[in-house]
Design a protein around this ligand. Structure first.
Ligand code: ZN
Length: 79
């Protein structure tokens, strides 16, 4: 499990669409990795704003924008 995997799986993780094992691995990584915690927190807040705190699938455009933002985050985190 590394930061790149987190970003790839983040959408499923937040949708609670992951198996227990993968979920546990992500949570383990998040405990150790401040950068990914920040990304997850930011993404959760973004989703809450868009979805008004209701658990709902993201609209297509939002997913794309979110992915672009996450990739930017990750590149910055690595620089
Ligand atoms: Zn990480």
């Amino acid at each position: 499990m590394n930061c790149k995997t987190i970003v790839i799986e983040l959408e499923n993780y937040l949708d609670e669409d992951l198996g227990a094992a993968l979920r546990a691995e992500i949570e383990q990584h998040l405990e150790k990795c401040k950068k990914c915690r920040l990304i997850v927190d930011t993404t959760k807040k973004t989703i809450q704003i868009y979805c008004n705190s209701e658990p709902a699938p993201l609209p297509e455009g939002t997913r794309d924008r979110l992915h672009a933002a996450l990739e930017k985050h990750l590149r910055r985190a690595r620089a």
